[in-house]
Ligand binder design. Structure first.
Ligand SMILES: [Zn+2]
Length: 273
């Protein structure tokens, strides 16, 4: 599938159809050797990604993606985000981001921070790992990310699929996570990402409306296309990135994967009816 998309991308690239005036959001999870944890990216590959992004793109904050989507720059804008909240985000990702002077937003599951056993078990089971192997972020790690100038966003409290819980639980997941982070950081938390993130599976208009009503200004999904200026702020598209090589990353950034997002647009709009 990936090689087919790369081949299509090369054709579109040669015909000049691909535009560099794009804004793309990347979603990483854990930075550690692949195989040790699902959705992990090795430190060497992550550094190669950062080096390529710094050289070929304007790396912007996640909170700027709708603003920047309106202003052509001549090269793609890319926002770097992380989901869940792992210790390796501080120990491995942060020094590399600092080396290349790049901003990132970390969407943190507050149940992980608080070592809530239900959240730890839920995520460990989902990813097929032990809690120890998971290596959750703690409050001191959160403070280090914040002090380094990184942005902290929410990722619910217990990492449940917000489409599959009651309105009361949905409200609690959205409010509690925000309150815990704001209390720890002493500042407003205005962004979030949805656990599992797929439109139609983990996000729908009810979920995204609840996010806006909680006070989040921007909320990220897993929707494989560039951000459009008129996108709903509570449904910002993102590409999940794990072991993509530089050619794959280039394909994502310059639009070779967007066809998948257009398919999601079509199917999600059917689900909304
Ligand atoms: Zn997650």
């Amino acid at each position: 599938m990936r090689s087919l998309l790369n081949a299509c991308f090369k054709v579109l690239d040669r015909t000049g159809w691909i535009s560099s005036n794009r804004t793309v959001v990347l979603a990483y999870h854990s930075i550690r050797p692949p195989g040790l944890y699902q959705y992990s990216t090795s430190a060497a590959l992550f550094e190669a990604h950062l080096e390529w992004l710094a050289a070929h793109c304007a790396v912007v904050g996640f909170d700027e993606v709708l603003l920047s989507a309106k202003q052509p720059l001549g090269k793609p804008r890319v926002a770097i985000t992380f989901d869940d909240g792992y210790r390796d985000n501080v120990e491995i990702a942060l020094p590399l981001l600092q080396k290349y002077r790049l901003p990132a937003t970390f969407f943190v599951t507050t149940g992980l921070l608080q070592k809530d056993s239900s959240t730890l078990n839920h995520l460990a089971t989902y990813f097929g790992n032990s809690i120890k192997a998971m290596g959750p972020l703690d409050f001191s790690g959160l403070q280090i990310l914040d002090a380094a100038g990184m942005t902290i966003g929410a990722h619910t409290h217990t990492h449940r699929n917000l489409r599959q819980v009651s309105p009361k639980e949905q409200h609690e997941e959205l409010h509690k996570s925000r309150a815990i982070l704001e209390d720890a950081l002493g500042k407003a938390v205005l962004t979030m990402s949805y656990p599992y993130g797929l439109p139609g599976y983990a996000v729908d208009s009810r979920v995204s409306r609840a996010s806006l009503e909680t006070g989040y200004r921007l909320a990220a999904t897993v929707h494989l296309r560039a951000v459009r200026p008129l996108d709903n702020p509570s449904q910002i598209p993102r590409f999940v990135v794990t072991d993509e090589n530089l050619q794959d990353l280039r394909t994502i950034v310059f639009g070779g994967m967007d066809v998948v997002g257009w398919y999601q647009d079509a199917t999600f709009s059917l689900l909304r009816k």
